[in-house]
Design a protein around this ligand. Structure first.
Ligand code: AMP
Length: 561
């Protein structure tokens, strides 16, 4: 047996160490991605012990980026993308410019060439797709308005970076201060050609891809082979990413995003998303490991002040710029905060720019070390930023909902008549709305809590009492008069959030009956531990329904015969 197989040892080392460190982080109540980064540092070349192959790890991480962007594309329609263009396009361009100028300012202050400054600034200006999407998906934000703005922003950044990668080599003579002759013609040609290729790619995907990809997937679904279907999904995501990069010179991420987007209208998009999920999660973990592997901790001792300045540009400078831009476009503060936190980190594009800068002799090695240190530290800080946002946003949304004409929740006298022996229904989605219809038929008094403003507005228009906001937020249960309620129906799919809601409700009304929704036995146990009295598990109910149908047929048979 050959023992030297760098690919296998990098994959296995990555998964095993990420698992160990990720579990440890979880035990210490930290986000697991901090564990994955630590795993990367542990298997990187700058720490003793096992060393993985850095280049291979970065390539493997690309697969994570591709599958993530494909998954996001599956939830995006062209309409969604166009709906955010007026904020995403100018917003991303302005933010890249501001961040690049800040980076150039720092580079100038330490005496670097303008070319080095430009590269350094650009590397600090673009956020990592994986980090951004991981944070948004964890919070179910991808399909909200602010999630769409963030994804649109990401796509503009992506195209800007593709342009930068074309322009920097063309400009390298000028940027390095040598051959200073610059003719605008070839440069404009290069820009025009790159943008033309992006446009051609988008056109091909929207005209041909839109017909071919769903058609192929439907034919494969008809074969009934799950294995073939899964393979088709992977082949489409990876194949289009690679094909787009080879033929149109666009990034893998953009290729995969459009492959997903043209599937969005197909009924199969949901299944496609499910099939790509496990691989996507595994390879995104390898992304964090690969970032950790690049990190040389000695830079923290060699250049602590410069590391801090770099980090401040990424985390504070970029965030403030994004925050201000989103507010200028008249979006609510909660949206501005989410977008700025999403962008307060750097990742894969910065690494590509570093490699390019070093190969062209534009970037000093200190620049590389600072960018890598900035990347890992900003990725480490990012989940903490989001955590503090998680605490602030519900209150902000409440006051924004109030401004939008929705009844605020915490701390105000309820505008609905005081309720007694009523039902509190949390969530008005696929499950909640069916429950509500039945409650209406039975003439049972009830109140809905829902965190989608449009849904709440529609309910109120129909005369149904509804509270707007996250049911887990402070003051929500009190506003629903939980103390005098007969029962609480928790019709939301997230068991962890449901657990919090139930615990809170039980503290205010120890006698209350609580019915909650689960998808597995472990979720059932979790909910029961938090005080649920009845658990309705989806899969069990489906089984019961099927069995009942069969029984009904059998009992009907004698009559039929
Ligand atoms: P479904 O899974 O289709 O039944 O939809 C669940 C519904 O619950 C969606 O409309 C969500 O907006 C809503 N929802 C999910 N979590 C919460 C929460 N913590 N507070 C209020 N509403 C929620």
């Amino acid at each position: 047996m050959p023992h030297h197989s760098p690919l296998i040892s990098t994959i296995v080392g990555g998964f095993v160490l990420a698992f160990l460190f990720g579990t440890l982080a979880h035990r210490l109540r930290m986000p697991p991605l901090i564990g994955y980064l630590m795993a990367g540092i542990a298997m990187g070349p700058f720490t003793p012990g096992f060393v993985g192959d850095t280049n291979l790890a970065q390539e493997l991480a690309e697969i994570g980026v591709i599958l993530l962007m494909f998954g996001v594309g599956l939830h995006f329609s062209l309409k969604d993308l166009l709906a955010v263009k007026w904020i995403a396009l100018p917003g991303a361009v302005a933010q890249i410019s501001i961040a690049t100028l800040m980076g150039m300012g720092l580079a100038w202050a330490i005496g670097w060439e303008p070319g080095a400054g430009l590269l350094f600034g650009l590397a600090l200006s673009c956020a990592s797709t994986v980090v951004l999407l991981t944070a948004l998906e964890e919070r179910r934000l991808v399909e909200t308005e602010r999630g769409r703005i963030a994804v649109g922003w990401l796509i503009v950044e992506d195209i800007a970076m593709v342009l930068a990668l074309v322009l920097i080599p063309a400009l390298s003579g000028l940027l390095s201060g040598q051959g200073a002759s610059l003719s605008a013609g070839p440069l404009l040609m290069a820009v025009g050609l790159t943008l033309g290729k992006v446009a051609a790619f988008v056109a091909v995907m929207l005209i041909a891809g839109r017909r071919i990809i769903p058609w192929v997937l439907e034919r494969i679904a008809d074969t009934g082979s799950r294995e073939l279907f899964r393979l088709a999904v992977l082949a489409i995501a990876l194949g289009f990413a690679l094909g787009a990069a080879y033929v149109f010179d666009v990034s893998f991420a953009l290729g995969a995003f459009f492959a997903g987007m043209v599937l969005n209208e197909s009924d199969l998009s949901h299944r496609a998303a499910e099939e790509s999920l496990p691989l996507r999660d595994a390879f995104s973990v390898l992304f964090f490991v690969s970032v950790g592997m690049l990190f040389d901790p000695s830079i923290l001792i060699r250049e602590p002040v410069l590391v801090l300045a770099t980090l401040l540009i990424i985390v504070v400078g970029k965030s403030l710029a994004a925050y201000a831009i989103v507010l200028v476009f008249r979006h609510p503060r909660s949206t501005a905060l989410t977008i700025s936190a999403s962008l307060a980190q750097i990742g894969e594009f910065s690494f590509i720019l570093v490699t390019l800068g070093l190969s062209l002799g534009l970037l000093p090695t200190t620049g590389r070390d600072l960018i890598l240190a900035g990347a890992i530290l900003s990725i480490l800080i990012n989940p903490l930023l989001f955590r503090s946002l998680d605490r602030r946003i519900p209150a902000l949304e409440e006051s924004e909902g109030q401004a939008a004409g929705l009844r605020p929740v915490a701390g105000e006298a309820p505008s609905h008549a005081p309720l007694h022996s009523h039902v509190v229904l949390v969530g008005f989605g696929r499950v909640g709305h069916l429950v509500a219809m039945s409650l209406l038929e039975q003439k049972q008094p009830f109140i809905v809590i829902e965190d989608q403003p449009d849904v709440v507005k529609a309910l109120r228009a129909d005369g149904i009492p509804a509270l707007y906001g996250n049911a887990a937020a402070a003051g929500m249960m009190e506003a629903a008069d939980i103390a005098t309620a007969r029962c609480l129906l928790v019709a939301i799919p997230n068991a962890l959030e449901a657990g919090q809601i139930i615990e809170h409700a039980r503290a205010l009304n120890p006698q209350i009956e609580v019915v909650a929704r689960a998808h597995s036995f472990s979720e059932q146990t979790h909910l029961e531990k938090h005080g649920a009295t009845h658990i309705i598990m989806g899969e069990r109910e489906i089984a019961k329904g099927m069995a009942a149908w069969v029984a009904l047929q059998e009992s009907a048979e004698p009559y039929a015969a």
